[in-house]
Design a protein around this ligand. Structure first.
Ligand SMILES: C[S@@+](CC[C@H](N)C(=O)[O-])C[C@H]1O[C@@H](n2cnc3c(N)ncnc32)[C@H](O)[C@@H]1O
Length: 264
């Protein structure tokens, strides 16, 4: 098995950075799903079109240099366009651990058609793997990385997933009720990899994980542990969520946790 799109179907400039919104118009023309659904993904065609729209609405991020990195999960070769110019444009170690876990536990996790939201999706690997495994994915991050994120999602999921992933802006702790009204969503899984590091938004991050969780929601959080503040975050995480350590890789210091909201 290989990439989802054949080279003829892939957005042009696959080997290069998409430099202008024009690159996306070309991609959109090539990506049009026939109205009768033939040749398109097996999901609902109206939903497919709206997801496609969400994937195409962000202007590509204009980094000065890119690399194409290759990953292999869920039977697919996944090509991720990365740039070292942003934390959110490279794949971090927690992402590969989380992808491996999703792949190995796909049956038990019951990802087929499951509603999944990824926080801090970055270059998009986790969201792509969850989509390939059948989930309905909303990939979220800060505005400046969404262009590259959507590029990678489109390149790796179009025509090979039941549900095209959606891309949405989500700044932790900001305008949550406005942008994600609680009455409108239920996520079976909230995914997060390497979202805990040296930054000033750790409390907002935890509050957002809590906000997005409802009874039954499972938070899967993978992280490389580097700083004492990472462990302080873990302590706070455990106060909010019933927490299980699912996997630990001492050689890379990555740990993967499952959290379900505590109900008093
Ligand atoms: C270290 S990167 C990890 C990216 C990806 N999850 C991975 O593991 O490859 C952290 C991600 O969190 C996002 N992020 C950082 N601060 C954020 C905030 N306040 N709100 C939303 N996302 C944020 C960054 O844009 C970036 O994509």
């Amino acid at each position: 098995m290989d990439l989802c799109l054949s080279s003829a179907q892939q957005p042009r400039r696959l080997g290069q950075a998409p430099r202008s919104p024009g690159g996306w118009v070309e991609a959109e023309e090539e990506a049009t799903v026939p109205e009768d659904g033939t040749g398109g993904p097996p999901g609902d065609s109206t939903k497919t079109e709206s997801s496609l729209h969400s994937l195409l609405k962000f202007v590509p991020t204009d980094y000065t240099s890119y690399t194409q990195e290759h990953y292999w999960f869920a039977g697919k070769r996944i090509v991720i366009q990365e740039s070292i110019e942003s934390f959110g444009a490279v794949v971090w170690p927690g992402a590969t651990v989380l992808c491996q876990y999703l792949e190995e536990h796909r049956e038990e996790l019951n990802l087929q058609d499951a509603k999944v939201l990824e926080m801090g999706a970055g270059a998009g690997l986790v969201s792509i793997v969850a989509s390939i495994l059948g989930a309905q994915v909303t990939a979220t991050d800060l505005p400046d990385v969404l262009g590259n994120l959507q590029y990678n999602l489109l390149k790796n999921t179009l025509k090979c997933t039941a549900h095209l992933p959606e891309v949405k802006e989500l700044a932790w702790g900001e305008d949550l009720e406005e942008n994600f009204p609680r009455s409108t969503f239920y996520y079976s899984y909230v995914l997060a990899s390497d979202v805990v590091y040296h930054h000033y938004f750790l409390d907002k991050l935890l509050a957002t994980m809590e906000y997005l969780s409802k009874p039954g929601t499972v938070v899967l959080w993978a992280n490389k542990f580097r700083f004492s503040t990472d462990y302080e975050f873990l302590d706070k995480f455990k106060q909010v969520f019933d927490t299980t350590l699912l996997a630990e890789y001492p050689e890379s210091s990555v740990k993967l946790f499952k959290g379900t909201l505590k109900w008093d």
